[in-house]
Every structure is written in C-alpha cells, then in structure tokens.
Design a protein. Structure first.
Length: 327
C-alpha cells in the first residue's frame, strides 16, 4: 500500500441523515469499486471478503468514537453538532441499516466515547460537565443521565464487557466493576504521565476488553521522536498482569478493537514517522499475520479514524473522513 497522505501533525478525529447505499457495482459486476461520498464524514462498512464499502451514515461535521451493540444492530457514536467545537460534541445512535437516528445528549458540555452496556439497555459515556472528564451512564433514550465514576482527574477511553469497565486514568489502564466500584490499576509503565515532544504524555491508552473479559488490548506511547508519538500495541492479562507486546514496528497506531470471536484485532495506523497514513490494519490476537487491509482503491484524501467489527465479524465498521486541507 502506498503512502496515503503526508501531514504535518496527527489529525485527531473528534448532520445530515442519509440512507445506506453501496458503490453501485452489482454482484458479479466488473465495475471498479469506489467509496460512496455524501459528506465530509461518514460511518462506513467494509466487507473483508469483497472489499466493497457501504455508507451507513453521512455528516458534514466531525464524528469520532463508535461502538456496536452486542446484537449487531445499533451503533452509538459521537459527532459535533452545530459548530466545530468540543462543547458541541454529542452522543447519538443509529441502526446499522442507516435508519433510526437519535440524538442522546444535548448540552454545551463535551460528551464523547459512548459504549453500550452488554445488554444494550444503557450507554456509558465520557463528559466534561463537572469540570473534568468523568464516566456517566444513561438509558438508550438519553434519559437518566448520571455520574458513574469520577477519579478526581480526567478519566477516558472506556470499554464495557460483562460486569467490567476498563478505562484510562493518569495515562495508565484501570478496571472497575460496572457499578463504579472496585477501581484498580492494571498497568504501571514507569514513564506514565511524563510529557515529552509528542502530543500526549508517555503512557497507556484506549483499553479494550476481549469478549471473555480476561484480557485487555491497549496502546503504549513509548517514544516521542515523532510529534505524533510512537505507540506499540500490547495486551495484558486481567488476572495476572502479564503483558504481551503485539507490535514492534515504531508506528503511530492504536484504537484496537477485538473481533466478536476474540481471534482478531482491527486497529488504525495513523502515521509512520512524519507520514500520515490513517489506514485499517488487521492482526491475529497473538500479533501474527499483521497486515494493512485498506483497499487499494481508497484515495489518498480518504482517512480512516476508528474501527470495530460487525456482529458476524465479516465487516469492519469505521469512521471515514474526506480530508480537506485548511485554507
């Protein structure tokens, strides 16, 4: 895969509802595959067998995190509504067929990182409404919004499997029960929280529990020789604390998500050195067969930001952006 874009700095991905549509190439057609392009931002589905891309939802305004419900029918995500500011970031839900859009939060506080409860009756999310980033809960209609956990500083990067919620606190990986109790630190990287020349402190970020809840994948900022930061992807056993490095390539990479079978991981490589990539990568759960799965027909100006597996693991759902340089 050729270099997709050269960028001066890491672009961090922080509306109009459109019906799902495909690229127009019918079954058995020789027509060249293309990416549906409705707005600057979109939630897309990439079929791993055919490499065909479907547009689920389009928006002219930035979108960031996304999560798929356990039954594979609903996506919770965040988007900036009204203006391109942190305060305009809100949580919304849509069906995977592109219908049923619902906005769950509506305020002037940053709301981001929605995660489904295992039974899809609640959504956990991060909010800045109390002065720092805290973990809140609400029902699937956006009602009964309430504090679940506040460490006293920024809490971020949440995930929810069974009765456990993983999160980032003080540039380390933490785990707690889903009632907000029994918070305990899992990683203890010696340089965690130390600022260098990268855009985040050294440390551990974006924990994701595997389907059994026994293992967490995360990325660790280990080097600041690139302004984007050099991250490696690591797993940690919840019970023993044993860490297993999955990558050793020196890329700016992370935001890994498990397949529902627990045998694979999809993640984003956003830069290699100073060269922007924003590509989709796939590897086995042990780090083997690590490869770029971004289709060759994706143009340089189309960037992939976040990704999760579909309910049957046959597709990758991801946030895509048609990059437009400022000015």
């Amino acid at each position: 895969m050729s270099i997709r874009r050269i960028l001066p700095a890491l672009v961090v991905a922080m509306i109009s509802l459109v019906p799902a549509c495909d690229d127009g190439a019918g079954e058995g057609s020789d027509e060249t595959l293309t990416i549906p392009h409705q707005d600057r931002w979109g939630i897309y589905a990439l079929d791993l067998t055919t490499q065909r891309v479907t547009l689920i939802f389009g928006s002219p305004e930035p979108m960031s995190t996304l999560d798929l419900s356990a039954d594979g029918t609903r996506i919770v995500f965040s988007q900036r509504i009204g203006d391109n500011t942190l305060e305009s970031e809100e949580i919304a839900v849509i069906e995977t067929d592109g219908t049923g859009y619902r906005r769950l939060t509506d305020n002037r506080d940053l709301d981001v990182y929605g995660r489904w409860s295992p039974d899809a009756t609640e959504v956990a999310f991060l909010t800045m409404r109390n002065g720092d980033m805290d973990i809140f809960l609400m029902d699937v209609e956006g009602n009964d919004q309430r504090l679940l956990y506040d460490s006293g500083s920024h809490d971020s990067d949440i995930d929810w499997v069974d009765n456990q919620i993983s999160f980032t606190r003080d540039s380390q990986i933490w785990l707690m029960d889903d009632d907000g109790t029994n918070a305990r630190q899992l990683t203890d990287f010696r340089r965690a929280g130390e600022w260098g020349e990268a855009n985040l402190p050294f440390g551990d970020y974006d924990p994701r529990l595997n389907p059994t809840g026994r293992e967490i994948v995360f990325e660790r900022l280990i080097d600041d020789s690139s302004p984007h930061g050099i991250y490696e992807i690591i797993t940690i056993a919840v019970d023993t604390g044993a860490e297993t490095p999955l990558t050793e390539n020196g890329y700016t990479q992370g935001l890994a998500s498990w397949s529902n079978a627990g045998d694979r991981l999809v993640y984003i490589v956003s830069a290699i050195g100073l060269e922007g990539q924003f590509d989709l990568y796939l590897m086995n759960a042990d780090g083997s067969d690590n490869r770029n799965v971004t289709p060759d027909y994706f143009p340089p100006e189309f960037l992939c930001h976040r990704a999760v597996f579909s309910g049957d693991d046959s597709q990758i759902l991801f946030i895509g952006e048609w990059y437009q340089p400022e000015g």
